[in-house]
Design a binder for this molecule. Sequence first.
Ligand SMILES: NC(=O)C1=CN([C@@H]2O[C@H](COP(=O)(O)OP(=O)(O)OC[C@H]3O[C@@H](n4cnc5c(N)ncnc54)[C@H](O)[C@@H]3O)[C@@H](O)[C@H]2O)C=CC1
Ligand SMILES: CC1=C(/C=C/C(C)=C/C=C/C(C)=C/C=C/C=C(C)/C=C/C=C(C)/C=C/C=C(\C)C(=O)O)C(C)(C)CCC1
Length: 528
Amino acid sequence: MVTKAPEFQATALEAIPKIASLARGQFRTHKTKNVEWRKTQLRKLYWALEDFKPQLVEALKSDLGKSSFEALLTEVDWVKKDCMWMLDHLDSFVKDQKLGSPDVPATYSIMNFRVKKEPLGTVLIIGPYNYPIQLLLCPLVGAIAAGCTAVLKPSELTPACAMWTKELIEKRLDSGSFSVVNGAIPETNALMAEKWDKIFFTGSAQVGSIIAQKAAQTLTPVVLELGGKNPAFITKNCGNLALAARRLLWGKTQNAGQVCMSQNYVLIDKDLVPTFIEFLKVAYKDMFPNGAKASPDLSRIVNKRHFHRIKKMLDDTQGKIVMGGELNESELYIEPTAVLVNSVNDSMMQEESFGPIFSIYPVNTLDEALNIANLIHKTPLSLFTFGNKAENNRILNEMTSGGATINDGFFHGAVNTVPFGGVGDSGWGAYRGKASFDSFTHFRTIAETPGWAEKLIRVRYMPYDFKALAFLNRLTEKSPNFDRSGKVVKGFGYWIKFLFGLGGKSAKGAFLRWLVVLVAHYMYTNRS
Ligand SMILES: NC(=O)C1=CN([C@@H]2O[C@H](COP(=O)(O)OP(=O)(O)OC[C@H]3O[C@@H](n4cnc5c(N)ncnc54)[C@H](O)[C@@H]3O)[C@@H](O)[C@H]2O)C=CC1
Ligand SMILES: CC1=C(/C=C/C(C)=C/C=C/C(C)=C/C=C/C=C(C)/C=C/C=C(C)/C=C/C=C(\C)C(=O)O)C(C)(C)CCC1
């Protein structure tokens, strides 16, 4: 029998400054600089997740109706894998990076330039409700790896997960170095009143803006992982429309579409629309042979407020529901739903879905699709392309996004070791894999000037000597190979290189050409 989650209890407001101060104090002991200490914390986190697995799976069920399959794949095991990956690579990440050519000119090579990887300090991590374990603890893996201490603020909308997270972190990790503050706006405000060395926020753009403004007052750096209105493009040349339908439906069924990087709307060649809808229905039937409501796999909407937010999008649409459409408030159930729309002003195009619903918008050309997508949201978190190679490249070239997947739903975000983040108003900064370590690290450049070099570098001292400066410039300055209009000038040096390199553009190219010439010459002279 799995123990029920402790009843949700917000952290006392007056305790919050002490928690923050304790975490800062722990950082000042310098124990986190020890890489073995960090590894021990990561190992403890791994085992805490393993040991609390039944409680977390149950909590995800009670907070979000999440299936145990998804609870393991995308939350508990996901973070465990993150710990293991970080443990495997931490030794190489923490090493000083020696700076040589091309960063340091040869003339300065005696200064032993290097980059030291320093922990930023004490950080605040604020999480959202949709993946309450993964999106709170993966940034923590980065923070621990980098040598930071941290205070975590889980979403109050997933109370069972929040309470277990507090227990597993505070019971298993170094006391005081890692703490969890539970609560909503007042508790977050109390946390924001403290000084942090970095704030890592995942959530809505609206709250992200509040956090960024508050952080700016103390010049605190922030990572923002926000939402977006993400487009999918399907062109006439998409090849396999049935596959596109199935893969896009996947994006709206995992976690009942409460995935910030899944598609909001599909811009599709108008001639493909009827077939695409048929394929969506086939895929739906495959995934839910007994209907979505009866499926043990489909999550529920987190609460009534979000249920009504999503319902309102459907109530306000002028479009036609072509798949799904069933809602049940008492069960917080919303069926995976597709709506065929014909206006960019439709609620289904203008609002962030963040649920199992999406719109289908027929277009005449790819130009039209790109114009619409750039109009709806210029910097979405993701985009998806289903076209031929040239079309996919064109879409990627003419529209930006945090990340993108060609020929699938949100696959670029389904691997935990590659960088993940938004662009513009869908987010600042990235994490996962090495990016998680980097996100909490200060890359500190160090130079070391040997005493014996004093004579060589005396040019910098007053009284200044223009002759010495001219000499230094002769050693260090490179003359341009371009004129004032920006055109490359093929001067004497270029033609010499061209001649001796036999037209090869690199040393390797020149070497290969010389090799061919020499082999040909050898064969010619040794022919029988
Ligand atoms: N880019 C990414 O990785 C992700 C982005 N999201 C985005 O998050 C949103 C859904 O998550 P929610 O939990 O509803 O986000 P939210 O922004 O409402 O809440 C996130 C966190 O901020 C706190 N918070 C809420 N209002 C606050 C306020 N006024 N002042 C200070 N703190 C406050 C909450 O307690 C919670 O811990 C969607 O917009 C979604 O697109 C969600 C998951 C991942
Ligand atoms: C098994 C063999 C092979 C290989 C098999 C392969 C490649 C299997 C692939 C499985 C797939 C596609 C699994 C899909 C996993 C999806 C995941 C983990 C989704 C995660 C979603 C997340 C983390 C959501 C996050 C949400 C966020 C950030 C948000 O709201 O923004 C071979 C190689 C073929 C050989 C034989 C054996």
